[in-house]
Design a protein around this ligand. Structure first.
Ligand SMILES: [Zn+2]
Length: 476
């Protein structure tokens, strides 16, 4: 199957990733721990842009950028340099942003995603390092806000901006690319996606070869998908009226699900880029080879290993490796119980129940999962009972054995079921007669009566088999 792309959708993404696993900011020694700090407490003359101070580049930040570049199959540029991007905005006290311009540290890479028609390559144009501005908090919707608060704790945090080619052909592909990218970055251990504002997306979109618009500062992957769906609809409506789409920057209002025009797009020369005189050009040299050797196993490699080591199907391997926390959880469980059973229970059942509740794997323990799988594999509880335990733990807490006792989930012994089958047949001669007369339904009724007597702790399929055996033996 080939995806036709009926509207000629082309989406390119620019993703600002905060390197929030660094201890200090990009150009000064201030702590990066701002999420739990009082506003404006991690600041110094450098990140406040006071005159006369000199920046010092964070070596670890450069290392992280190189790791990211290598993981995205990119070239690492031998000599690179920082520039000043000049503009005035209240979140930027220096009046310029220290960033990279024509010599980004990373260029020309590729990421493989699950596209509309199978595997799809999204090319990476470049990735460069820069500093984060401060954080503006609008009081209410941006276009109606009564006031804005500023937190400079974020000012000077290290960012890497990853720029893709416009290779995504639908909002869904854009979302999958973002998911894949987040996954890779977390495997690299350079970034924690659970922190607010850690990944911010600008999306370029055009349809049918027309001018593109840019939607700025989208904070979630779901938001990116929604913003793009809205933009496609808006641009189609403009074309339907015989008008042209104007190249502009728009803001996505997450609460209302609409994009709003912000300003016409600046030209690059508006920023008067010039080389940052306070930071010398940087050569990475053989450092890159050393970093390449320490690169951890990445999602695609882990997925292949899961298939060969645990003999699982690709859909399970994909589901289990698409989040490093889930993959680690699975491997811990699989080291203690049958890996095949673990794959089914973690990827099909537990993940489903977590998604349904909008929870993460952190809400469940390896210990509980192991216990539940042992109970069900050992024939002590039914599969239905196991699902009930998982739901109970997620909704009300508790431990597997406690829930088994409280709810009476232990499977009943074979002879108890035998006895129930005999009783039900004796007590319901009419149903039996109906069955002999060809009414299949009355067999279901009889099985139901046995399930009732055993309070649902027997396995319905085996009850049915035992029932047929008993009928053949004593009633024919
Ligand atoms: Zn500082």
């Amino acid at each position: 199957m080939v995806y036709e792309n009926p509207d000629g959708v082309m989406v390119g993404l620019e993703i600002h990733v905060q390197l929030n696993k660094l201890a200090t900011k990009l150009l000064c020694g201030c702590s990066t721990d701002y999420h739990t700090s009082e506003p404006n407490t991690h600041v110094c003359p450098v990140c406040m842009g006071l005159p006369g101070c000199l920046p010092v580049l964070n070596k670890r930040a450069v290392e992280y950028a190189i790791r990211i570049g290598l993981a995205l199959n990119c070239e690492i540029v031998e000599q690179t340099q920082f520039h000043r991007k000049n503009y005035y905005y209240p979140d930027l006290p220096k009046g310029f942003q220290t960033t990279q311009y024509d010599y980004p540290i990373v260029s020309d890479g590729r990421v493989v995603i699950e596209g509309e028609d199978g595997e799809h390559v999204v090319r990476i144009r470049r990735a460069h390092m820069e500093e984060d501005p401060g954080r503006l908090m609008h009081m209410g919707s941006i276009d109606r806000s009564k006031g804005t608060l500023i937190d400079y704790n974020r000012s000077g945090m290290a960012l890497i901006e990853i720029v893709s080619e416009p290779d995504m052909r639908s909002p869904r592909e854009a979302r999958r690319f973002l998911d894949k990218l987040r996954n890779i970055l977390e495997y690299l251990d350079v970034f924690d996606s659970t922190l607010e504002g850690s990944m911010r997306v600008d999306a370029n979109i055009s349809i049918g070869g027309g001018d593109r618009t840019e939607v700025k500062n989208i904070s979630s992957h779901k938001g990116a998908e929604r913003a793009l769906l809205y933009e496609i609809m808006r641009q189609k409506n403009i074309k339907r009226r015989g008008e042209e789409v104007v190249m502009e920057t728009r803001h996505f209002d997450e609460a209302r699900g609409v994009t709003i025009s912000m300003r016409t797009k600046e030209e690059e020369h508006d920023y008067r880029y010039f080389p940052e005189p306070d930071l010398v050009p940087m050569r990475v040299g053989s450092w890159v080879d050393g970093i390449l050797e320490t690169l951890p196993e990445l999602p695609d490699a882990r997925r292949s290993r899961f298939i060969s080591d645990y003999r699982m199907v690709d859909t399970h391997a994909k589901a289990l490796t698409s989040d490093i926390r889930v993959a680690d959880f699975y491997e811990e469980v699989a080291s203690q119980v049958d890996p095949a059973a673990a794959a089914v229970w973690v990827s099909d059942v537990l993940k489903g129940e977590l998604n349904y509740r909008d929870l993460t794997i952190a809400s469940f323990t390896v210990e509980d999962m192991v216990k539940i799988i042992e109970l069900v594999v050992g024939g002590k509880i039914t599969e239905k009972g196991a699902v009930e335990i998982i739901r109970n733990i997620l909704d009300e807490g508790g431990c597997p054995m406690g829930i088994v006792k409280e709810k009476g989930l232990l499977k009943v012994e074979g002879d108890v079921v035998d006895q129930a089958v005999e009783e039900v047949l004796k007590e319901n001669p009419e149903a039996l007669e109906d069955y002999f007369a060809g009414k299949e339904k009355s067999l279901n009724f009889l099985v139901g009566q046995v399930m009732k007597k055993t309070r649902g702790r027997a396995d319905a399929r085996s009850v049915r088999e035992m029932m047929l055996e008993e009928i053949d033996k004593n009633y024919r």
